[in-house]
Write a protein that binds this ligand. Structure first.
Ligand code: GDP
Ligand code: MG
Length: 457
């Protein structure tokens, strides 16, 4: 999905003019990619309509002042915003509190990854100073308790279950009472899933819920479930009223779009993604960084954190950087510094995805090829003048002498010649920079999500 969305945006970046026709073609490509990944048809249509309305209103307002770059920005931002909307129900999930026993109950069909995820969650919270444990209330599946025992032992977290008791409600209640007495901070209750959605299962969820009174119920969904995610999540919502979703197996070939649709169907936020079979394969989920990575716009959050660290080593620079971040004013020079830093950090395949604006193609091939491509980007910026480096790149799109937008200005031609690259490469670099600058603006502004992240820490 990411690759296709990224390809669509790259083609937007390469388009010499952005008109209704280009917009329609772009939206067609993006919607096809979303549908192919099993995102709900209605949601895709809504997205298309909203982006179209926003973009056309902008085109017609004349606010673009004849600059294609402005149009590209608006279209890009509209698509980004609507994709974020898809995975952001605007609801704050429950966060375990210190000095309180937090009971978390996991529900979901068998095989979705509940037991694995319960252990991952216990490890996650344990690492953050919450004394954590697991209660195995699955009496349906043979060997369920053994599985919990093994994985909990491996993870070094406490567990509770029974080989003889057959009533899952009784086990759940006993386990929670025991661990509450022992002053555990996070108690995770693993339940049975059975094979299908059936009334007995839902009845069991209701009863366990009443017995343990969870602070948060989590629906565990398999990313490969496709369009069925909607019906499944609705059914569980009715009986188990979950307040959070964890999507597992995001590391596989799963399309994941179905699970994304479950967010909209139940207005419930995703809190983590399962990305492998190991205990540490659990990624915290937030809508904006997820979408920016998906679009190949890079991990702005990771980059910002990195920039903060770098700045901390150099206090004079720190002030300057903080101000730039706040105002969303990162020049080409700042960006280039980041590329250089990243190149010094290690193998390109590991870190290049951190740089916003780098297209996915950059990450293909061997590390040597990737390094070479990044070097070319540095060569291009080496051929820019100081004024150009400190700019936001818009002077490359300046009007020609006759007052008409030229598209390719003499600046691009000069830089291409000076760096031994092509005008197209220079243009692409500028587009990538612009994408990054957009992201930074959104992240760093007064109401940007970077503020939220800083407050959280
Ligand atoms: P449960 O029946 O819902 O408790 O599911 P399990 O926790 O037993 O998991 C079923 C299978 O999915 C196991 O083989 C797990 O190793 C696997 N699994 C769970 N989560 C992930 C994940 O995020 N990625 C991958 N690749 N496999 C997973
Ligand atoms: Mg299980």
């Amino acid at each position: 999905l990411g690759r296709k969305l990224n390809a669509a945006l790259s083609s937007l970046n390469r388009a010499p003019v952005v008109d209704d026709k280009v917009l329609d073609a772009l939206l067609k490509e993006i919607c096809a990619a979303l549908l192919e990944s099993d995102v709900n048809v209605k949601l895709v249509q809504q997205l298309r309509q909203k982006v179209k309305t926003k973009a056309k209103a902008y085109f017609e307002s004349g606010a673009d002042r004849g600059k294609e770059a402005n149009r590209k920005n608006v279209v890009q931002k509209a698509i980004y915003d609507e994709l974020v909307q898809l995975v952001d129900p605007g609801v704050e999930p429950y966060k375990p509190k210190k000095g309180h026993t937090n009971v978390i109950m996991a529900v979901g069909l068998q095989g979705n990854g509940k037991t694995t995820t319960c252990t991952k969650l216990a490890v996650y919270y344990q690492k953050r100073g919450f004394k954590s444990c697991i209660v195995c209330a699955d009496t349906f599946r043979a060997g369920a308790f053994d599985q919990t025992r093994q994985s909990a032992t491996k993870a070094k977290v406490a567990y509770f279950g029974s080989y003889t008791e057959t009533d899952p409600v009784a086990i759940a209640a006993q386990g929670v009472v025991k661990f509450k007495k022992e002053r555990f901070d996070v108690i995770i209750v693993d339940t049975s899933g059975r094979h299908k959605q059936e009334s007995e299962l839902f009845e069991e969820m209701v009863q366990i819920g009443q017995a343990v009174k969870p602070d948060m119920t989590v629906l565990v969904l398999d990313a490969s479930i496709g369009q069925a995610a909607e019906a499944q999540s609705r059914a569980f919502k009715e009986s188990a009223d979950f307040g959070a979703i964890i999507v597992t197996k995001m590391d596989g070939h799963a399309k994941g779009g179905g699970a994304i649709s479950a967010v909209a169907a139940t207005k419930t936020p995703i809190i983590f993604l399962g990305v492998g079979e190991h205990l540490s394969d659990l990624d915290k989920f937030s809508p904006q960084p997820f979408i920016s990575k998906l679009l190949g716009m890079g991990d702005v959050q990771g980059l910002m954190e990195h920039m903060h660290e770098m700045a901390a080593a150099n206090p004079d620079k720190q002030k300057e950087m903080a101000k730039k971040l706040e105002e969303g004013k990162l020049s080409i020079r700042d960006w280039r510094e980041q590329i250089q830093n990243v190149m010094n950090m290690g193998p390109i395949s590991k870190i290049a995805s951190m740089i916003p604006g780098l297209p996915q193609e950059m990450l293909e091939g061997s590390d040597e090829e990737g390094t070479l491509r990044m070097k070319r980007m540095i060569y291009i910026t080496d051929s820019m003048s100081a004024v150009e480096l400190d700019s936001d790149g818009s002077m490359f799109m300046d009007l020609g002498k006759d007052g008409k937008p030229e598209g390719l200005t003499w600046r691009c031609t000069r830089v291409a010649r000076g760096s031994g690259t092509s005008v197209r490469e220079v243009e692409e670099l500028l587009c990538q920079y612009r994408m990054m600058a957009n992201m930074a603006k959104q992240a760093g502004g007064k109401h940007g999500w970077l503020q939220g992240i800083q407050k959280m820490q």
